[in-house]
Design a protein around this ligand. Structure first.
Ligand code: PLP
Length: 380
């Protein structure tokens, strides 16, 4: 049996996205920039995807730019706001994805002030601290705070951050890579300057994503060449990926409530089973409050057995990760756990789910865990 509990790293493609892409691959080969009929057909599928994605998040068509994924979308938001919008200070957090933190490191080298907002033990941002930073309006500021943390699943209050940014005239970027297609996001209701999406987190293809750039923000091209993406990002478009992403997001948004219910059930089932059967199990993040329902981050007590947990689970056919995808299997130290000052001797495992998972898979995991971990609660 092969069980896939690593959906925060990437999700399997949905059949409908595969169907959309393969149909297009077979039928159309034109370059979308060509003005003849072959090109126009392909162009129209890109524009249809743009319209679809814009509608699904309450944006205008001209506010969606296709990218190679979440990393590029996040880099684009940060770099463009510094280069084109006069941003000289970025407020972010120590638990952002590396594609934010490594990018802000670079921008700091170039003279941008980078300030980290305080977090609590569960990974919630300290909104009073954020406000105290925003009060100082001497520098044009971008707030870049993720919607949901990919390692521990804590969800931020987008509405509250948006209101603070509006009050203190700061730009607001949210890394929504883990939440697009899983939570309702409507930029016509929540004022936001930039947000980012990656198709492979909602059962679309890898290597494609998008950045939403609010139409009030006049940013300049990031990649130079032909005039694709309205001059913003040159290069012949990833036509099939874009069409597959659009289909996958349409389904994810359309089936959001059913999927959420199913995934929540699986997550609770695992959480309860772990608590009932193992001693001293802890859950990272805000596991009972504002959490990303696709993620359950579990902290196992120190033992020589738990040290090899990831590897042993993999041997039994169970895929999960030690933190983010970057540390899947590698058991590398996590910057998120470090920032949360969690006990380095405990072992953190992230189980992450999709609507394709079943309770039978949880039973299988529990059965295998019982053979690996010694501190199994004795039943009388
Ligand atoms: C929160 C977050 N941001 C950004 C990314 C990067 O997205 P991509 O893999 O599409 O470049 C990821 C992927 O793991 C993520 O979880």
């Amino acid at each position: 049996m092969r069980v896939y509990f690593d959906n925060a790293a990437t999700t399997p493609l949905c059949e409908e996205a595969i169907e959309t892409m393969t149909t297009l691959m077979r039928a159309y080969h034109g370059n979308p920039s060509s003005i003849h009929a072959c090109g126009r057909k392909v162009r129209s599928s890109i524009e249809q995807a743009r319209k679809n994605i814009a509608n699904l998040i309450g944006a205008s068509i001209g506010e969606i730019f296709f990218t190679s994924g979440g990393t590029e979308a996040n880099n684009m938001a940060l770099n463009c706001s510094v280069r084109d919008l006069g941003v000289t200070r970025i407020i972010t957090s120590p638990i952002e994805h590396h594609c934010i933190l490594h990018c802000t490191d670079k921008l700091e080298d170039q003279g941008v002030e980078v300030v980290l907002v305080n977090i609590d033990k569960q990974g919630h941002f300290d909104y009073d601290h954020l406000e105290s930073l925003l009060v100082d309006k001497r520098k044009k500021t971008l707030v870049s705070l993720m919607h949901a943390n990919n390692e521990i699943g804590t969800v931020s209050d987008m509405q509250r951050i948006s209101q603070l940014c509006e009050l203190y005239e700061a730009y607001y970027h949210s890394d929504t890579v883990q939440t697009i297609g899983h939570f309702p996001i409507d930029v016509s209701k929540t004022k936001i300057s930039f947000l980012s999406g990656g198709a492979h987190k909602f059962h679309g293809p890898k290597g494609v994503g998008f950045v939403y750039i609010n139409g009030d923000n006049m940013v300049k091209p990031m990649i130079f060449g032909g005039g694709q993406e309205r001059n913003m990002r040159a290069g012949t478009e990833n036509v099939y990926g874009i069409a597959g992403m659009s289909k996958a997001l349409e389904l994810a948004c359309g089936e959001m409530e059913e999927r959420r219910k199913h995934i929540n059930d699986i997550r609770s089932y695992l959480k309860n089973s772990l608590s009932e059967n193992f001693e001293d199990i802890q859950f990272n993040g805000d596991a009972d409050g504002a959490f990303l329902y696709t993620v359950l981050s579990v902290s196992f007590p120190p033992s020589d057995k738990s040290d090899m947990l990831l590897l042993n689970l993999d041997i039994h056919g169970i895929s999960c990760s030690g933190g983010s995808a970057c540390s899947s299997g590698a058991e590398a130290g996590s910057h998120v756990q470090k920032a949360l000052e969690s006990d380095p001797k405990r072992k953190n495992i992230r189980f992450s789910f999709s609507h394709f998972n079943t309770k039978a898979e949880v039973d299988y995991l529990m059965e295998k865990l019982a053979t690996i971990i010694p501190a199994h609660v004795e039943r009388v």
